[in-house]
Design a protein around this ligand. Structure first.
Ligand SMILES: Cc1cc2nc3c(=O)[nH]c(=O)nc-3n(C[C@H](O)[C@H](O)[C@H](O)COP(=O)(O)OP(=O)(O)OC[C@H]3O[C@@H](n4cnc5c(N)ncnc54)[C@H](O)[C@@H]3O)c2cc1C
Length: 440
């Protein structure tokens, strides 16, 4: 990587996306400041300002690989500290589109840990980078623009403890403050800035402990099938003998009590998750999160933004969390930023590097975006303009899911596409097409 040569970058938000952005910016800028509204976290506990940190998170294989490049040794470190290692297709018992998938060992490694645990490990690595500073209890409250309003020149911040205000000047500002990011509002660009799929999904999670009895599976998933089966459920073990049980429901109200949580588990098309919660000991309260829509910034936003601003993570695109993509896509975006900014960068060429980053974001997020979109649009109650060809896509993906239940080669490709290690175009290879269309 190149030597430090540019001035200062400021990152708004010190969560997964912000920390990963800081990691790559540290190779290019002499100084990187992360401003984080939350207090300094203690160890790997859920954070108030990241409410999804109470919910089960999966790190896809592509995310693991990208993290490993950014922080060599981090995956082994997490495993030594308690992450659970499983095989995606071998250790997961998965009911999907009316069938249990035939399990086999694929070598697609899952490394399972809670979200606070992974954030903690990433944060520790970033804290060790000498030219990165993390300022906690510091909320970004606006941006400073050049006189002609064409360039972002800094960030206005407020100290949450003292209420003191300050301006931090910057050569690049990175918006990484999550789904509630205010950047476009500050720039008066928030009208019609996003495309979205109003999935109206609730997430309900509770952690359990068991007596360690062998149930014949390590992970368990029962997928929704819209519109008939609006609920989904997943059971995943994490570090410290915690087993997360998450239920999700599209266009449905969340459970208000533990009993309602169990009733939803009972209403799933297979009884396995219900049996699990009946026989396990709860070790946490029930936590609820509601996601009104999967949303992404429109492509033309790039033409409206001032210079020297980029977005990363949920501030740019937030996915249906049941697909487990957010952290991995944030890592891929950081990787893209790294590639763009490493190309013989000078202060003069930075603007074109930033434009290239923006122009490549839609393609980078298309596969994960479409995966959830196609499933959501099976439900007539999920409103929104259907993209051209959606009927064919729904038919084809259903064929993939059905064929993958009993054909290991189709399941392997599906698992790779879901883990973002292969593009969805692999399904269109003639040999694959034949298997998908032949099998029902
Ligand atoms: C219920 C749920 C389950 C999910 N499950 C998965 C999963 O299984 N796998 C997966 O990969 N992803 C999952 N995701 C997505 C994942 O949580 C995010 O994609 C990931 O955390 C990256 O988010 P982020 O860093 O962009 O934003 P966040 O994690 O939301 O962090 C934003 C940060 O910005 C700070 N902040 C906010 N405003 C300001 C401000 N004005 N100034 C300074 N700081 C500010 C916040 O305090 C916070 O630290 C899930 C999401 C949800 C909601």
């Amino acid at each position: 990587m190149s030597q430090n040569r540019l001035g200062r970058a400021v990152v708004i938000g010190g969560s997964i996306a912000g920390l990963l952005a800081a990691r790559v910016l540290a190779d290019v800028f002499s100084e990187v400041i992360i401003v984080e509204a939350d207090v300094a976290p203690e160890g790997s506990t859920p954070r108030n300002k990241v409410p999804q940190s109470h919910h089960s998170h999966i790190l896809l294989e592509r995310g693991q690989k990208t993290l490993e490049v950014m922080f060599p040794g981090i995956m082994d470190e997490m495993i030594q500290n308690g992450s659970i290692v499983t095989d995606f297709t071998g250790d997961l018992k998965w009911f999907h589109f009316g069938q249990w998938k035939k399990r086999f060992h694929s070598g697609i490694r899952m490394v399972q840990q809670t979200r606070p645990f992974i954030e903690h490990h990433i944060r520790r690595r970033v804290e060790g980078i000498p030219n990165v500073a993390l300022q906690y209890s510091t909320r970004a409250a606006g941006v400073v623009l050049s006189d002609d309003r064409n360039t972002v020149q800094g960030v206005q911040v407020r100290n949450e403890a003292t209420n003191g205000e300050e301006t931090i000047m910057a050569d690049l500002v990175v918006e990484a403050s999550g789904a509630g990011a205010q950047m476009l509002k500050w720039l008066n660009l928030d009208t019609d800035a996003s495309e979205g799929v109003p999935i109206q999904l609730f997430y309900a999670t509770r952690f359990y402990r068991t007596d360690g009895v062998d149930r014949g599976w390590t992970n368990l998933m029962i997928s929704a099938q819209l519109p008939e089966l609006p609920y989904a459920g997943v059971v995943i073990p994490f570090e410290n003998q915690q087993i997360g049980v998450t239920l999700g429901g599209y266009l449905k109200g969340p459970p208000r009590t533990d009993e309602e949580f169990e009733q939803i588990a009972k209403s799933l098309p297979q009884p396995d998750i219900y049996h699990f919660v009946q026989n396990a000991t709860p070790i946490s309260d029930l936590k609820i999160y509601k996601i009104s829509s999967q949303s992404r910034k429109r492509k033309d936003i790039i033409n409206k933004l001032p210079k020297r601003i980029i977005m990363i993570g949920d501030s740019y695109c937030r996915f249906d969390p049941l697909y487990g993509q957010g952290m991995t896509v944030a890592a891929m975006e950081a990787e893209l930023l790294h590639v763009m900014l490493s190309r013989n960068l000078t202060d003069k060429t930075m603007d074109s590097a930033i434009r290239d980053y923006w122009s490549m974001l839609p393609a980078l997020t298309d596969d994960p975006w479409n995966m959830a979109l196609v499933e959501a649009y099976r439900h007539p109650g999920i409103t929104g303009a259907r993209p051209f060809g959606i009927g064919l896509q729904k038919w084809f993906t259903k064929k993939i899911y059905q064929a993958s239940a009993h054909d290991s080669s189709v399941y392997l490709r599906l698992a790779q596409v879901m883990n973002l290690t292969r593009p969805s175009s692999v399904f269109f290879k003639p040999s694959m097409l034949r298997k998908i269309i032949r099998k029902t």
